[in-house]
Ligand binder design. Structure first.
Ligand code: CP
Length: 312
């Protein structure tokens, strides 16, 4: 594998999950694979889990790690071709990406959606700009459209806790005061499309995700109905896709409660706003898998980096 940009870069999800679980049992088994190799992690946005888990994964593989908070410490980048750079951008991605690649063997990038310009966001200008000009493998640490490291960790967590041949998994929208991107939900949907499961998405009308991603996944606008007999409930807020980046609804009745959860396992990528997205009683119960999801971020990143290193 050369790049890890989306779930589509996984050639066999169940094999990757199995391999990641083996890595989890022996995290240092490949500690020499990354010797004399460097990963450079560029953050255009904040992070806790992605930053620490990807760094931990690289360290488990014996890599050197460089981290830069590009959003606050780097020059403001230009992505357009032929732009007269007499406004706010200081450096073109053509130079920046080539310069970064002088110092490392893999570049990992986090660059969220603007949520103001759908066309620009869907073009993934940061990720694709670096891909085009860096000439070295690129790892997506959450882009405008996807968060494939999170979805891979979620697949590992599902596998660890599933006891059924065909579990029922529900992705439910929840309220949030701010406009959030679609990336986590998109990649979770793409990952679930590779699973043997009854998968349902539930959200208020107007919060349909990109239909090119959801395709024929069942959408149920009645949350109570969607949650019936669920084995796993994945809660996430996202802003409207159709009315791009808008918050249309903050109905607190969509918050996940212990009563609504029933006997299902609760999943969320974190960070999460307590008692807005989900009530304390869920997060503090043994039905919550959120800490295990966060822990599995290391092994998701490690299997991705391992496959890239094996191909260098
Ligand atoms: N879930 C996730 O990506 O967490 P961070 O934003 O803290 O990295």
């Amino acid at each position: 594998m050369t790049h890890y940009l989306s779930i589509k870069d996984i050639d066999n999800l169940s094999v990757w999950v199995k391999e990641a679980r083996i890595l989890k049992s022996q995290p240092k088994a490949d500690k020499n694979l990354g010797a004399n190799k460097t990963i450079c992690m560029l953050f255009f946005n904040n992070s806790l889990r992605t930053r620490l888990s990807t760094q931990k994964a690289a360290m488990n593989l014996g890599m050197d790690v460089m981290v830069m908070n590009f959003g606050s410490e780097g020059w403001t980048l230009e992505y357009g071709d032929g732009t007269v750079m007499d406004q706010n951008t200081s450096e073109h991605v053509k130079e920046a990406a080539q310069v970064v690649s002088q110092f490392c063997d893999i570049v990992a990038i986090r660059a969220f959606a603007s949520l103001t310009d759908k066309e620009q966001d869907e073009a993934e200008v940061v990720l694709n700009g670096f891909k085009k000009y860096a000439g070295i493998p690129i790892v997506n640490m959450e882009s405008s459209v996807g968060h494939p490291l999170q979805a891979l960790a979620d697949a590992i967590t599902l596998e660890e806790h599933n006891s059924k041949e065909r579990p029922k998994v529900v992705l439910s929208w929840a309220p949030h005061p701010k406009a959030l991107p679609h990336a986590v939900a998109n990649s979770f949907v793409e990952m679930m499309q590779l699973q043997e499961a009854d998968f349902v998405i539930t959200h208020p009308k107007g919060y349909e995700l990109n239909p090119a991603i959801t395709k024929d996944v069942q959408i149920e606008y009645n949350q109570e109905k969607a949650l019936q007999d669920a084995d796993f409930v994945y809660i996430k807020n996202w802003s409207s896709y159709k009315e791009y980046g808008k918050v249309l609804n903050q109905d607190p009745n969509w918050m996940m409660t212990k009563k609504k959860l029933g006997s299902a396992k609760f999943m969320h990528c974190l960070p999460v706003r307590r008692n807005v997205v989900v009530e304390d009683a869920v997060l503090d119960s043994d039905q919550s898998l959120v800490i295990e999801q966060a822990n599995n971020r290391t092994y998701a990143a490690q299997i991705v980096l391992k496959k890239i290193l094996e191909n260098l």
